[in-house]
Design a protein around this ligand. Sequence first.
Ligand SMILES: [Zn+2]
Length: 149
Amino acid sequence: MSAANGGRVTLKPAAVLRCPMIPQVERWVGEAVSPAAERFLGAEVVEIRVAASYGCRPINHVKGGKLSEHGHANALDVSAFILADGRRITVKGGWNGSDEERGFLRAVHQGACREFTTVLGPNADRNHHDHFHMDLARHGRNGLYRVCK
Ligand SMILES: [Zn+2]
């Protein structure tokens, strides 16, 4: 996946994802990321920095651990958003940054929780201090439980 929101937002580098992830990413960008950028930052998002997508590895890179959803191409990590005016909002710098950055990143995180079954950000743990992790893992007995933190 190299772009979202009708091609207006570039994913860089392009993400390798299972098909079911694609409409969710599309909706997240179109209904959460782009409107939040307009609302909080007064600018269009033109690029989303992909920190990871498909990668054959265990969760949090812990050797011998359970295979990460990244190993199923069922996960996307995003570290920054680039605006049309050149501003770059990073999860690492913006999560506790200016009011506008904080508002934007929290809206983006909340929006992700509507589209994905797992969303982990800086409040989740130290491994996620610099990116949002989103995946479509099935949680709980009926697979419907959601993780949003
Ligand atoms: Zn991840």
